[in-house]
Design a binder for this molecule. Structure first.
Ligand code: ADP
Ligand code: MG
Length: 737
């Protein structure tokens, strides 16, 4: 029966500069099953070229090749892949085993490409390795075997899918004569079992054991003779399976049907690339360390970014109660919002309350703001704040002697008082224990503001200062010291303002901690003003409303921006703002809220820049992965050629390389997380020791993001190398030394 027919085949290689080289001229020959054919000829005569055509590795020829009933010229790329996988087996001179895979994995590669189960693979491989005399070497790696053993493995690999045609290109060329004889015996046995074995050789001695010798010279067949001495050996042929598969059954059975449908599974691709990665551990670990540094820093930057945000919002939350609405009026000039405290006189106060209540009613919220008793929710309370930039010569003096009310002999501290602030309902007094400042005054549970007489100086006088007061007292505890504060208001002929009292507490929570701010109880301050005869200029600059819930706080806060301002800075009624013009004033939340949002914006800018910087380092990582994977493709050209010769599709090759980049990403992500934990610990220790503050907070999903980023970067960088690998020409890859 004809196994292989070749009619009028010409092969022309395209060279550079449109030149060509004809390697085969009008080849006409056919072969039958059971033949052991030697193709002989000098080096360069075209033997390998012919083998590549027969093996379906090269389909760029004219003429026709019909192998086992298939016209190779008419097969699509996919069908050619299947042809290589199932119909032909290749044996090479240099064995071409994949060094990082075990003998078992090398032999079963074609089955792996068909997604055959592990059990079946082992069973088949054992059987075939038994036939070539290597049954006990499954777990070894190729470099643990001798040359002859390697070639046996290569033969086993070629036989695993039970192909009809075996092509062996100088199978004994790299072996000593004794070993060569053993290999030839195996090939003969295979031929005797009914396969067609075509082997290329330039040794006459090797040729003499075959059943037929075809001689090629300069691309032409110049001789074709049968060997009359050749004897088929039917006795105890290990490759024959007659007793298992009767002839009829073998033909009627739908043959090897699994092979056509199944392809390399993703898991198998990952397993294959894992073996490869393990084979070049150092390279992969070094590369992953590089990427890990980028990933680790990215997480650190994200932690910094959220750490700073958390720090600020914690600070904000520690002194602003989520259930208090703070209302103030600001002019809309750029700095006006921060330097001015405009008074809200009674008419305006009533107007604001009305406007808020109107909107609460519209929104069906069962809550109203009222002016009434002090303890009920919804009541207004007042605050008076003033930046002393408008004041001349604000001076704080203090004395150790409480009876000395003159202060002339006392220390004079001429540091500027930056801010006078009435104690809002959510401030409390810090306590001083063991000479150390206590931590932040905390809000009471569920947000009830601290407004107990023992917690803040209500009505009874006394000042609280921001923490900056410590610098003035040389880190000595200032609480209890008598202090005199005096200002002269610039440009206005007002009598000297004097207040003498004790420091009753320290406010260490606000953003003003670092500047000297004085906190005075509203009623007390009002009394001081009245004492001076200034009651007319004293009106609240902020209104506080306590609400039953944070959501109502937010609601009212959102109303504030909608309420048109009807009074100017002096409390006189404004003419309505013309259409399309920016109103001159607006109602806003407290200055802390505004500073808070300013800081939050600032941090998000800082945070974003940090993340952008680490993204650049990730770009470097990506380039590194690309280079390494690209080099890996060059290194593994031969392996890719082998994979193609046993029927790997482009998709399979791509899948193997893509899995490799996935694994690189996974490893890098994992190492990046570990690197980050170490890095963060070091940075945290440094910062806490140096500045006593390490604004680093983790979010659980940062690790997930880092992992995803690592994998995505690695896979993106791997795209190009993978597609390059998939596109490699198998003939050229195999030719590569
Ligand atoms: P053999 O296997 O008999 O030693 P080959 O089939 O490898 O010879 O090569 C036959 C001829 O074709 C040689 O002259 C070789 O230089 C040429 N040849 C082989 N491959 C290519 C190729 N890819 N491009 C151009 N010429 C080639
Ligand atoms: Mg050759």
């Amino acid at each position: 029966m004809k196994k292989l027919e070749i009619y009028g085949v010409n092969k022309v290689y395209k060279l550079e500069n449109k030149q060509t080289f004809q390697a085969l001229y009008d080849i006409n020959v056919d072969f039958e099953e059971g033949e052991l054919v030697s193709i002989i000829g000098e080096s360069g005569s075209g033997k390998s070229t012919l083998m590549n055509l027969i093996g379906g590795l090269d389909s760029d020829f004219t003429g026709s090749i019909i192998a086992d009933g298939e016209n190779l010229k008419k097969l699509s790329e996919k069908e050619l892949d299947k042809y290589r996988k199932n119909k032909v087996g290749f044996v090479f001179q240099s064995f071409n085993l994949i060094s990082h895979l075990s003998i078992l994995d090398n032999v079963t590669l074609a089955l792996t490409l068909s997604n055959v189960s592990e059990k079946e693979k082992v069973a088949k491989a054992t059987k075939i390795l038994e036939r070539v005399g290597l049954a006990d070497q499954l777990k070894k790696k190729p470099n643990q075997l001798s040359g002859g053993q390697k070639q046996r493995v290569a033969i086993a690999r070629a036989l695993i899918n039970d192909p009809e045609i075996i092509i062996a290109d100088e199978p004994t060329g790299a072996l000593d004569s004794t070993t060569a004889v053993q290999i030839l015996e195996i090939l003969k046995e295979i031929a005797d079992s009914g396969k067609l074995v075509i082997m290329v050789t330039h040794s006459e001695k090797v040729a003499s054991v075959s059943s037929r010798v075809v001689e090629i010279s300069d691309g032409r067949i110049v001789g074709d003779r049968k060997n009359p001495k050749y004897k088929k050996n039917h006795a105890k042929n290990a490759f024959e399976e007659k007793e298992e598969k009767p002839q009829e059954a073998q033909e009627s059975k739908p043959k090897k049907n699994y092979k056509d449908k199944q392809n390399l599974s993703i898991w198998q691709a990952i397993r294959l690339s894992m073996h490869n990665m393990l084979a070049s551990k150092t390279k992969n670990i070094l590369m992953s360390i590089g990427v890990a540094i980028g990933i680790g820093s990215l997480i650190l930057m994200m932690c910094f970014s959220s750490g700073i945000t958390d720090f600020i919002s914690n600070t904000m939350n520690s002194y602003s109660n989520p259930r208090i609405v703070t209302i103030s009026k600001r002019s809309n000039s750029i700095m006006g919002g921060f330097t001015e405290f405009l008074t809200l006189k009674e008419d305006e106060e009533n107007y604001i309350v009305e406007e808020i209540n109107k909107r609460l009613e519209e929104d069906n919220i069962d809550f109203r703001v009222s002016k009434g008793t002090e303890t009920e929710k919804g009541n207004l309370s007042y605050g008076f704040n003033m930046f002393t930039a408008m004041l001349a010569d604000p001076v704080v003096k203090y004395t150790d002697d409480p009876t000395d009310m003159n202060f002339d002999k006392g220390n004079i501290l001429s540091s500027q008082i930056f801010l006078i602030y009435t104690t809002p309902p959510y401030y409390s007094q810090s306590t001083v224990a063991d000479g150390k400042l206590s931590t932040t005054p905390e809000l009471k549970e569920n947000g009830t503001p601290l407004r107990d007489a023992d917690e803040m100086p209500v009505g009874g006088g006394g000042f609280m200062f921001s923490r900056a007061i410590y610098d003035m007292f040389g880190e000595e505890n200032p609480v209890g010291k008598k202090v005199k504060i005096s200002f002269t208001i610039r440009g206005q002929e007002l009598p000297e303002f004097r207040a003498v009292d004790e420091i009753s507490g320290i406010v260490d929570t606000s953003v003003f901690s670092g500047i000297l701010a004085v906190y005075i109880d509203y009623d007390y301050l009002k009394a001081l003003f009245t004492e001076q005869g200034w009651q007319n200029m004293f009106a609240p600059t902020s209104l506080y409303i306590e609400t039953p819930s944070e959501s109502i706080t937010n609601k009212i806060n959102s109303y504030l921006a909608q309420i048109p301002v009807k009074y100017d800075g002096d409390g006189k009624e404004l003419s309505p703002t013309p259409e399309g013009e920016e109103p001159k004033y607006s109602y806003r939340g407290s200055i802390e809220d505004q500073l808070g949002s300013m800081f939050t914006n600032m941090t998000s800018v800082i945070g974003t820049s940090l993340v952008v910087i680490s993204c650049i380092s990730l770009l470097v990582s990506a380039m590194m992965i690309l280079v390494v994977l690209y080099m890996s493709v060059s290194e593994r050209t031969k392996e890719i050629g082998v994979l193609k010769s046993i029927g790997a599709r482009r998709k399979d090759i791509k899948r193997i390389f893509t899995s490799e980049s996935f694994l690189v990403g996974l490893l890098s992500g994992f190492m990046g997380i570990i690197f980050n934990l170490i890095l963060t610990l070091v940075v945290w220790l440094l910062l806490t020791n140096m500045i006593g503050l390490a604004p680093i907070s983790y979010r659980w999903w940062y690790f997930a993001v880092a992992m995803a980023v690592a994998i995505v970067i690695a896979m993106l960088s791997g795209l190009y190398p993978a597609s390059k690998a998939a596109k490699l020409d198998p003939v050229e890859s195999l030719r590569r030394e």
